[in-house]
Design a protein around this ligand. Sequence first.
Ligand code: SF4
Ligand code: SF4
Length: 395
Amino acid sequence: MSYTNKFFSVSPHCALKRLEEPYLYDIANDHLYELGEEAFQFLLKCSQGELLSVKEEDESFIQYCLSENLIFMSDTPVRRDICVHPSPVPSLRYLEFQITDRCNLCCRHCYLGEGLCQDLPFEKIGKVLKEFEEIQGLRLLLSGGEPLLHPHFWEINEVLRDYPFRSVLLSNGTLINKDNARKLRVHEVQLSLDGMRKGHESLRGEGTFEKVIRAIDRLQEAHLQVSIATMIHRDNLAEFDELASFLQSKQIEEWNVDVPCLAGRLEEHQDLWVSPKEAGPLLRYAFGGGLHSAEHQQTCGAHLCAIFPDGKVAKCGLFSEEPVGSIDEGLRACWERVPRIPLQQLRCSCSVMEECRGGCRYRAKLQGDPFAPDLFQCCARGVFREESGEGESKK
Ligand code: SF4
Ligand code: SF4
């Protein structure tokens, strides 16, 4: 193929990102491609409208990008406004953005408890979106309460596609119908589905199961990607195989499985809570995701933080009582204050340390020691812990 006098530009569904390393992010497919500095500069200049000659040794790279639809070729320059200020280290990639604490359900496990009907003002939301772009963010999780109940939800929805990051709506699914599914401008909707009918409705109330199932269909008909989040509780323990088959039949590509913390309404419904021994093995049903991930010497959530409806910022959605600042001070300033526990400080010693990284630091804190192993993960991974007598010996 001849590339003479041809212009290249990054495809509209992709963005250049300068994180710890330079990357090309496929926003639509949530895929991150690491680039060499030379390739990054080449794509940057092309996207600024420069006509660059393709060296013979670069041809396979260009061909690969074209075949994957990561870049496109044209006879005239197509300039893109690209923001590539270097990110902080570690980079902030995932932002859980709780825009309201309003909700139309009263789930028995909800850690928020009774909300105060707080909505983050629309202007502040716009400022955060801009800051998340500048900090090189990858994935915005629009959350609540039920985010569809924010009084300005549909105005927020309209501006989301202007930003070079993936937007994911976290919803209980009960308010989604054919009409509003078609209006959504997010890339993905993550629905809460806490079991089959019996398990789901024991937490969320009668009639909610049908509504979520209908929401999956309406969203998929509108060509939106759907992922699922499930909480393990007393009444869904026996439903995981059936739920896994159901999600497979719906071609769901990401399934987050977690354990509710003894906070908020779950304190009044402790009968729903399950022990590490019961819940641990079920955590292994999850697939996809990666929001809570870390690498090198870091523990969980190295690239994640959360903003709450009152504008407070914290390590993640579970750390609302330990805010590091307010969004009025700027996202970057808050991110730099997020406390981090290095891997070496954990009281974990097992053969899956590299993969597990001590599990969830919030759960460890609830067990009474922020440096302790997360017993749910120990049981998920079959690592024996004397502290609990849970799990199986690796011997
Ligand atoms: S504390 Fe738990 S919820 Fe928060 S980032 Fe770590 S793993 Fe995720
Ligand atoms: S399996 Fe348990 S001991 Fe091992 S890293 Fe995870 S939490 Fe720590």
